[in-house]
Design a protein around this ligand. Structure first.
Ligand code: AMP
Length: 394
């Protein structure tokens, strides 16, 4: 078991918390603050226990001087201050005297947010390259390090692995929650354990399928990736998405695991990927040359429902249709409705799926909606995550 924030006496200590504040921002306005909200339990616990809270986070990617302007964490500091109903000191620096002075002036229970850690990437990828000097410097600013940023746990950066190498460390409540649900599902799931996979390309999910097909009882396939499986079975898929490099893989999986891998029986096609296109529901063996498969059909929803209703654990990664365009969001929505009524734990695997499901209003309907797309995928692939590996055991 990893150490957690609860294993430390935080009183009067400078506690660096690596949080995931990588939120979408348009024209200075945060369009989805879910990640900030998910960080609150750890931040509030540190405040309530008298810590001097130093928050570090990244936002976007920094390659040029122009990127600096659009990727400041300042709007996040305002939003965090609103959510905490408390002052958040924002320092627009990632190193130097001003930052050090502000940290040394912190009072017990106060909160400081440092500028985007990736601003250090402009100077030779120091953050993303886990530069030893940078990690040591950031560690020198605090007494204790808490990693609560699940979204970057699959990367060894200076702001997670680098700092953790030099300070007493543990994980925060969000990280603990992510691991509780995702790790349990892949190590000791309540059964039947069903995985729903969607999204665009099979190639992105090959390692996930290889790992989960050994653990799960059923894998339900939807989204753009289903057409490569259907093609591998010999069906005409019209102009639907085909991942030609993955056909052999799909054939192999279907031969070995035909009882586990459940494919759609009908689809909803369009003539173009746009809102007012003609909508054509059809069986999987009726897809014409000019059709594009854009969602799963009604009979498939009923078929998937029969597996989901009896499941005790469900992990869902990847929307089953082009959810951004009505009416091709219907399959994803109907699966949400089915999943809200099942008896087992439902875990949503981050990235596009979490965004789709939160956007459709199912924010509070499931056991866990992961905050990390890439990190949850790598965990489901069975890979160790460096941001978690580096944390001390109890
Ligand atoms: P991913 O990033 O791999 O999880 O893929 C998410 C994307 O898959 C979303 O933008 C969906 O629009 C897209 N998607 C879902 N179903 C289909 C489909 N049938 N054809 C093309 N793209 C799809």
């Amino acid at each position: 078991m990893k150490k957690t924030i609860k294993d430390f006496d935080l009183s009067s200590k400078k506690v660096i918390i690596r949080v995931d504040f990588n939120v979408p921002i348009k024209n200075g306005i945060i369009t989805d603050d879910n990640r900030i909200k998910e960080s609150l339990p750890t931040i509030k616990y540190a405040i309530d226990n008298g810590a001097k809270v130093i928050l570090m986070a990244h936002l976007g990617r920094i390659k040029t001087e122009d990127d600096l302007e659009h990727n400041s964490l300042e709007p996040v500091a305002y939003r965090l201050s609103e959510l905490l109903d408390k002052e958040v000191i924002f320092v627009d620096q990632t190193h130097g005297e001003l930052l050090e002075r502000e940290i040394n002036n912190l009072k017990d229970g106060s909160v400081l947010l440092m500028e985007n850690t990736r601003f250090e990437d402009l100077n030779g990828n120091k953050e993303s390259g886990n530069d030893e000097t940078l990690g040591t410097y950031w560690a020198s600013l605090g007494d204790i390090f808490i990693n609560d940023a699940f979204g970057t746990a699959h990367r060894a950066h200076a702001s997670n692995v680098g700092i953790a190498s030099h300070l007493p460390n543990g994980i925060g409540f969000l990280m603990e929650k992510e691991l509780k649900y995702l790790e349990k599902a892949i190590t000791n799931p309540d059964r039947p354990f069903t995985v729903i996979l969607g999204g665009s390309k099979v190639s992105d999910k090959i390692k996930v399928i290889e790992n989960l097909v050994k653990i799960a009882d059923y894998i339900l396939i939807g989204g753009g990736m289903m057409y490569t499986f259907l093609y591998a079975k010999g069906y005409n898929i019209g102009k639907s998405l085909l991942d030609s490099e993955s056909i052999a893989f799909c054939k192999d999986m279907l031969e070995k695991y035909h009882n586990k891998i459940i494919l759609p029986v009908d689809v909803v096609c369009g003539l173009a990927i746009e809102e007012n296109t003609e909508v054509i529901p059809c069986k999987v063996d009726e897809v014409a040359d000019n059709y594009i498969g854009l969602d799963i059909g009604e009979n498939t929803i009923q078929l998937f429902k029969s597996y989901l209703n009896k499941s005790k654990t469900v992990i869902w990664n990847g929307p089953v249709g082009v959810f951004e365009i009505e009416p091709f969001d219907m399959g994803t929505k109907k699966l949400c409705d089915i999943l809200t009524n099942i008896d087992g734990d439902v875990i949503i695997g981050g990235g596009d799926t979490s965004a789709a499901i939160i956007g459709m209003g199912y924010q509070n309907s499931f056991a866990h909606i992961s905050t990390g797309g890439g990190a949850s995928l790598e965990l489901l692939e069975g890979k160790p995550l460096p941001g978690i590996e580096i944390i001390d055991e109890k």
